[in-house]
Design a protein around this ligand. Structure first.
Ligand code: KG4
Ligand code: ZN
Length: 347
């Protein structure tokens, strides 16, 4: 096989799959030349992401954001080596906006386009931040995803297990709502939990010690709702809410450690345990995963907090990994609301 020409120009990355509008320009070695993330605040009053509102906000903000990162990077369109845009999975309106703009730039400047799988972008971030080598175990824990994935190479993924009901970030967000916290609840639950007693409520640990590495969070969420309902009515005193948050977070952390251990047993060749997605920002979850990794004698890698949530640095990086392998995509590649990692094309 002929090897692809070396990538020696910067890559533009675009992220619009959910409620973050983001753009980034990375040098071919991964150095971040400029990046920007706009978290849409439009959804807070609805208590969740409204797809049509998100799509309009992407359309409104993205062109200016791309211009801004290009200017700050000091890079003209013609200087780019490629354009990478999240093309799935996610909310279709946003995916159309982001991939459409990316394709437009690629067409106008005669550049290769990479249709990035958003989950692959999360999965490969550890290679940018820590130079993690394949193969590794990925725990993808976010608002929409909760799965254990064997990462064998770029585009080469095997799903080992995942949630049978809610994603873990969704559980954090629902518990946040029960406790009257702003949306999205995850970071607020973590902050509140810091002042609480994790042992006050004996919450269930769903799936603990079950074979395989599936997750389930609906029972835990129900237990939290019942505990909140048993507390005195009216506005929940902060100390009470803190105990609930701490108990919930401790249960999640225990489940994570157990599931990660099971997944590592299913993938003895893994050289590292990589945590990715918004929930990987949670200190208790990180600590639990670090414990599981240490017990298995593998490295634990979690990207810096700002690269855990949705961002365009990871999208540009996934583009770089693919372009290095000569894996560009045709401009008529359609955005995909559903796009499982193990249905990817790889090298
Ligand atoms: O990866 P992400 O930005 O978006 C996707 O879902 O793809 O993840 C967002 C999720 C939300 O559910 C949010 O509440 C959760 O990650 N999250 C956290 C924390 N920071 C973000 N959950 C727990 N603790 C945190 N510190
Ligand atoms: Zn994400």
């Amino acid at each position: 096989m002929e090897s692809p020409p070396p990538l020696n120009r910067p890559v533009l990355g675009i992220e619009t799959s959910c409620d973050e509008t983001a753009a980034a320009v990375l040098a071919p070695d991964g150095a971040v030349l400029a990046e920007a993330v706009l978290s849409q605040v439009e959804h807070a009053r609805f208590g969740g992401v409204v797809p049509e509102v998100a799509a309009r906000a992407h359309l409104h903000h993205l062109p200016g954001l791309v211009r801004d990162v290009m200017a700050r990077a000091g890079v003209a369109m013609a200087d780019l080596g490629g354009v990478a845009a999240s093309t799935g999975p996610g909310l279709i309106g946003g995916l159309i906006v982001g991939s459409g703009l990316g394709k437009g730039v690629a067409l106008a400047a005669g550049l290769p386009f990479v249709a990035v799988n958003h989950l692959e972008a999360h999965a490969l971030t550890a290679r940018l931040t820590d130079g993690t080598a394949f193969p590794y175990l990925l725990l993808l824990v976010s608002g929409g995803h909760c799965q254990c994935v064997a990462v064998d190479g770029v585009g080469r993924y095997r799903r080992l297990g995942g949630t049978v009901d809610d994603a873990v970030g969704e559980a954090f967000d629902k518990v946040g709502k029960l406790l009257g916290l702003p949306w999205p609840g995850g970071p607020h639950v973590e902050r509140l939990a810091a002042g609480g007693d994790p042992a006050r409520h004996a919450f269930p640990r769903p799936m603990l010690r079950r074979p395989g590495c599936d997750f389930s969070f609906s029972g835990l969420k129900t237990a939290v709702a019942q505990a909140v309902a048993r507390l005195p009515g009216g506005a929940l005193p902060r100390a009470e809410a803190a105990d609930v948050a701490a108990g919930f977070q401790a249960a999640v952390a225990d489940v994570m450690a157990d599931r990660a251990a099971h997944a590592l047993a299913l993938m003895p060749e893994a050289v590292a345990l990589v945590a990715a997605g918004g929930v990987a920002a949670n200190g208790a979850v990180r600590a639990a995963l670090a414990g599981a990794a240490a017990r298995h004698g593998v490295a634990m890698v979690a990207p810096p907090l700002r690269l855990c949530g949705d961002n365009a640095v990871m999208v540009a990086w996934a583009g770089i990994e693919r372009l290095r392998l000569g894996l560009a995509d045709p401009l008529d590649t359609a955005p995909r609301p559903r796009w499982p990692l193990d249905a990817m094309r790889g090298a």
